[in-house]
Design a protein around this ligand. Structure first.
Ligand code: C2E
Ligand code: MG
Ligand code: MG
Length: 389
């Protein structure tokens, strides 16, 4: 488990060491520094989970330190410990907040063990924070989980696969949705370790379905941010081989906007993935304004019609025309068409009439945790869908 780092700056060595003892007892990996230069150096090694700062130090005062942290866009929570009077401590607190820092509060010296423990407990109770540190810890500690949403073949009603959708559960019982943390992962380079974790879990789950007698494919979403990594195709092939999974059982999804933003760069990786036998889907199709020429040149095996059109098919003639056109386009380009966002039995029936190949949506099954998905597979009957139509 990656240790939570605490960085303490105090020119009084005994105080630094006192906080270190208390922090370590609460599971922190504590670094204590006595001057600003060492503080900057420690911070450059990575943002800690908590910063504890004195206010009065010989070379740098606490306000200068807070200014520096604000300028470096520090997101770590900050606790002030100082012997100055309450009013001055509160001024420093307000200054930090006004500069966008995450100020936890202040403690008066001499410090008491229980006061420090109370601050650490309150921080813990907040649960993980939706920031780079929180996400890195969630990935390192294997806290991210996948939910699986079934995909059926429209002609037969049979389940052909499931899409893996990542979730970040939090101690309160809730979870962060991918739309909340995937953009953060893309911005901070955490997207590659996140994707590795998703790939490992999804491949393991797919092998488990096989052992339970269900020959399904697993669909995994790939962020365009990792599509310039030349090692990616080999890495996925290695992970699949390690579980004895044939590459044809994995379907990799790339959003239309991601694939078309830089088609030349993305083409190389996509072509190599296909050559290794993986299937490829263009996700959220219809939202990215791609040209038909670009689509025809990309090696996709499936087109996923964006759920915004599928959800509106009943009310909007225009949405239906778009769905029908994409199904035809897919057929003419030799790609299977998948409708996502099927919530309604009449829409399911209409999609079958239009010749759409596959469907996914709440009507068929919501994204479910691993064990629940296996139970669902065991109890699924295609007739139940037909009778609801
Ligand atoms: P997506 O790949 O297009 O996934 C479909 C989204 O639609 C999922 O949202 C799913 O829960 C939702 N959905 C499925 N059926 C229905 C329905 O009938 N009605 C409605 N209203 N919604 C439905 P979710 O799980 O919140 O994921 C959102 C997006 O986050 C995904 O869109 C995908 O782009 C991204 N994502 C999810 N997991 C990963 C991942 O492991 N890696 C990457 N890079 N992106 C991911
Ligand atoms: Mg998808
Ligand atoms: Mg989609």
């Amino acid at each position: 488990m990656a240790g939570k780092r605490m960085l303490v700056i105090d020119d009084e060595v005994e105080i630094g060491n006192f906080i270190k003892v208390v922090g370590e007892r609460s599971g922190y990996d504590v670094s204590v520094v006595t001057d600003f230069a060492a503080f900057r150096e420690a911070l450059a090694a990575g943002e800690p989970a908590l910063i504890v700062s004195d206010l009065m130090m010989p070379q740098t005062d606490g306000i200068e330190l807070l200014k520096f942290l604000a300028k470096s866009e520090c997101r770590a929570p900050i606790l002030i410990v100082s012997g100055v009077d309450t009013r001055l401590r509160n001024t420093a607190l307000r200054f930090g907040k006004a500069n966008g820092l995450r100020m936890l509060g202040t403690l008066e010296k001499p410090l008491r063990v229980n006061d420090i423990l109370a601050v650490l407990a309150a921080l813990e109770a907040e649960g993980p924070s939706l920031d780079e540190n929180g996400l890195r810890a969630a990935i390192d500690n294997h806290n991210l989980v996948l939910h699986y949403q079934p995909k059926i073949e429209l002609a037969s009603g049979r389940v052909v696969g499931a899409e893996a959708l990542v979730r970040w559960p939090i101690p309160s019982g809730g979870l962060f949705a991918p739309m909340e943390f995937i953009p953060l992962a893309e911005k901070t380079k955490l997207i590659r370790p996140l994707t590795d974790s998703v790939l490992r879990q999804a491949i393991r789950a797919c092998a488990e379905w096989s052992r339970a007698g269900h020959q399904l494919s697993a669909a995994i979403n790939l962020s365009p941010a990792i599509l310039d990594d030349p090692d990616l195709p080999d890495e996925i092939a290695r992970l699949a081989a390690a579980e004895g999974l044939p590459s044809g059982r994995l379907l990799l999804e790339v959003t239309e906007s991601g694939a078309m933003a830089d088609p030349v760069r993305v083409m190389e990786i996509l072509a190599r993935l296909r050559l290794k036998g993986f299937d490829l889907a263009i996700d959220d199709f219809g939202t990215g304004f791609s040209s038909l020429v670009a689509l025809a040149r990309m090696p996709f095996s499936e087109i996923k019609i964006d759920k915004s059109f599928v959800l509106e098919m009943r009310e909007s003639k225009e949405a239906e025309v778009i769905v029908r056109s994409v199904v035809d386009l897919g057929r003419n380009l030799g790609m299977k068409a998948v409708a996502e966002g099927v919530e309604d039995a009449a829409v399911l029936a209409r999609l079958a009439e239009l010749g759409c190949d596959y469907a996914q949506g709440y009507l068929i099954g919501r994204p479910m945790p691993r064990e629940q998905f296996l139970d669902w597979l065991g109890s699924y009957r295609p007739e139940s869908l037909a009778s609801s139509a």
